[in-house]
Each structure stands twice: as structure tokens, then as C-alpha cells.
Design a protein around this ligand. Sequence first.
Ligand code: FE2
Length: 566
Amino acid sequence: MYILGISAYYHDSAAVLIKDGVIVCGIEEERFSRIKHDNGFPFQAVAFCLKEGGLDINDIHIISYYEKPLLKFERILETFIDTYPRGLKPFLKGMPEWLDYKIKVEHTIRTKLKYKGIVTFTPHHVSHASSAYYPSLFKESAILTIDGVGEYQTTGLWKGKDNMITPLKKIDFPHSMGLLYSTFTAFLGFKVNEDEYKLMGLAAYGKPVYVHKIKKIIDIKNDGSFQMDLKYFSFREGFQMWSPLFEKLFGKPRSPKDSVEQKHKDLASSIQTITEEIYFKILNYLYTLTKSENVCISGGVGLNALANGKIYTHTPFKNVYIFGAAGDSGAALGSALYTYYHPVIPAKARIQSKIPSINVLSFGSSYSNNYIEKTIKEYKLKYEKLTEAVLITKTAKLLSEGNIIGWFQGKAELGPRALGNHSILCKPSPRNMKTKMNIIKLREQFRPFAGSILQEKVHEYFEVPEKNHWSPFMVFCFPVKKEKRKDLAAIVHADNTCRIQTVNKENGRYYQLIKEFYRLTGIACILNTSFNLKGEPIVETPQQAIEDFLKTKMDYLVIENFFISK
Ligand SMILES: [Fe+2]
């Protein structure tokens, strides 16, 4: 039983193929189109899934779409009527694409993909809930979904039990944690749906002195439910997310060209504080509803690693599963999984294969050695083909000597994080390694880098909830232990936390590399950043990896078993 999940037309379009409830492959459209956060229909991602699965489109039993377009369209019409005449301009601007293709998803699937089978539409937050609950393998669990907006819903509290997901409570548009965070992202001169991470990074440098002002624009109840005072926002009816009253309260917005001042840092810190207050209130309330020690979280706000790291200390939950692709690309998987467990498939047709929990996100493309060698030769580069053992020893040694190495191996990762397949690596100290890496990545200096750590050593370096704590998707920040801050000087953030990826045997060659680095240096962690340059999606092909290598001061490049020098 093959199901193809698709997400499109908002941001991070993706296609994911599952067979009998198990992921075969999945990838974001941006990796092929090279448009960051591409929101077009994921034709290339679908073609990849078919090729990878060895299927023709009509071998797919069901195509499931990650939301209900007509319901979403209804919300847009309602919003237009509510805000008329103020919202006329954005409404008229948005309508052609809605009428042209956004509400005609099934038509596109039939005509462009030439698909004749069953098409289903999963409500957006059900897709999110499923993307976290089913891969977690928890028999029963509390589930929180929280993002900008789906059709109407922006927040969902759920209970998962025996593969059934039951809604408990929800919050609808326009009251939205995601849109509130994005309003501040835009107000501080960053890009919405893209730069929210920058705000999170900036928060560590500020003080939450604007919390009382933010509480004027959002009313937070004890159970975490909230209502935004709409006179401070104009995202329903304007091209800008905030209203003149918002500016009266918080002053002038920052233009992207302006320098980042203390005030901006304080605003970032304040909205992060509010986010965490709401997050923990909701989670504590969800615990009282479900009394489960397990919680699954999905939706864009679930990628707030700073808040996630505090869940263990601020709520009674003991096991927290946040799927690495918690945003809308992962919702394509969620939609497929929900459809698999949903009555549209008769129970007897559901082959209960042993479903593995998802610990690595290597579901994208990979390239053969022949193809890679041919490509390297085309660029006339100096290279060696090494055995795995030699490759690991050599790379670890060069990392320990302070080199910056492009590391392209295995299948591309699904979701926003490079997890040691398409990554750029260097040692995590001294402090100037951060500057060196920033010269390549051209990132703002205030943004922290993440670390990949041997799972069996994680408790020696970080304040994690338990020994050998498992956190494979880089969606949690944990405090760095005082005695290890020098060893991790390039990845310790201003608040002494670090976003981490625990790495174990399932990570194969990447695990072996960090082990060897540990043997050489006594440090069980390396700096890991995504293999892309400013404004680019993560590299997808060996050619793109080579181009970035040649454009920058990267010292060496590893592509599978090929070791490339300049
Ligand atoms: Fe979403």
C-alpha cells in the first residue's frame, strides 16, 4: 500500500512516499528548484519519490494532501468580509493564484500528475499531529500542534492512543502563536517564515523588558489559551503584519539594512519569553487533560529549540518527541500517515509491517560513486578515493587541526536541518572557529552554531534530562555544563545553551567520524552547520556542493568516498 503525501502553496512544499506505514523517501521541493522555502506544487519532489520508489504515478494507492484547500479559501473569504474595505488590495492580489491553482489541488493532481487513484485531504493540524505522533511510536501520548495557521486552526491539543488521534481543544485564526512570532520577526527587519531562527538567536543578547507591553496586545489565560488584540495587527487585511498602533507601542520598526541595536535584542528576548510562557502553560494544561508522560509536538512553533529545551524542567512530560521536520514539509508525511491509519483504508488492507521509529531523517536523494567521480573530473579537481576507514581518520584529523570541511554523504535530510549528511563541519573550539565558519556562511555574528555530539557522551557536556539523552533532530537547546564551555567555545551561545544533535550508530559514518574526532581531541562534539551559502537551500547535488566549495574558503570537501582538496 503506497501513499504519497504532498504539501504545497504555503511554504516548504514537499512530497513524501510511504509504503505500508513506513517512509520510503521524502524531500522538499526547494532542494530541486533551488528556491528557498519553495511553495510551488512539488512536481520535482513527486518525481523523485516515484523514481526512488520505482513506481509509476498510478502505482500509488492514495495521494493525500496536507490540508483542505476549500476550507482555507473559506477562511480567506471570511477574513476579507470581516476586514472590508481595508483588506481589498491584498485580497485582489491574492485571488488570481487562489482561483487559478490553489483551490484546484485535485485538478492539478489529475491533470498534471495524470493520477487516476484516490485523493484525500487531511486537515492541516491533523497532518501536523500525525507527523509527530506516528513516528514517535508512543502507544499513547499527548500531542500539541502549533503554527502560523492551517485552514482555521493555529493551535491544537490532542490525545493519541492506539494509532487514533482525538482532538481535545483548539485555537483558531487570527489568534496564532506563529503569526505573533512572525509579526515580531518582520518588525525586527527579518524575513517571515524564514528568519524566525534569527530572532531566537538574538533573544539571548537581550532582556525581556517589553513583556508587559506585549501583554497589552495578547491576553494569556492560565490554560495557555490566548487572544490577540487585533487592533495591533494588520496581517488579516494588509501587506504588513503590524498596525500603526503596534508602532505606537513599540516604536519604529527595524529596516533590514539597519544595524541590530540593544532595543531589537530586548524585543527578541521579550517575544521569546512570551512564547515560552504560552508554550509551557499550554503544555501543562495538556498534561492535566491527558495525564500522559509522553508528548509529541509539531508545527512551525515546535521548531523553537530554545523553548523546547525547557520542556523537561517546566512541564511534567518525561518523553518529548518533536519530529525534525516539524514544519509544513513534515506535514506531507503526517498527511500520508494519517491516511494510512484512517478508515479510508479498510483495516484488513493495512499490512502491519513492523514500523520503525524515525531516528534519522535520511530520506532524500543520493548519488553513485561513478556519477560523483565523473562530476569531480569535470571540475578538474584534485581528489582521492578513500576507503571508509581512511576517509574517517583523515577527515577527523584535519577537523582536529582546525580545517573547515564540506561533508556530503548519504541521503539528503528531510526538514530544515542538516544532520551530518549535507553539512559543513569544523571543531567546536576555540571561539574563533565560529568567525571562520561565519566567513563561509556569511551569517550574522549573533547567530549561534549547533553541535553534533556522541549520544553516549551528551550528559557529560550538556544539562540534559537523563544519561545518554536522545535528541537526534537538532530541535532542542540545552545548557552547556560549565566545565565544558571552553571545549565548545564556538558553539556555546550567549545564554550558555547550545542546539544539539545527538549522534549514535544509526548515523553510520557520521557517528564514526565524531568518534574518531573524540579519540584525537578528547572532545565528543563537532560544529555542524547546513551545507549551503547565504540565501540558498541546502545543497542537493555533488555539483552544488563543489560550486559552494570553490566559492568559499572551505578547506576540504568530502563527497561520499571522495576526498577533494583545492
Ligand atoms: Fe503548518
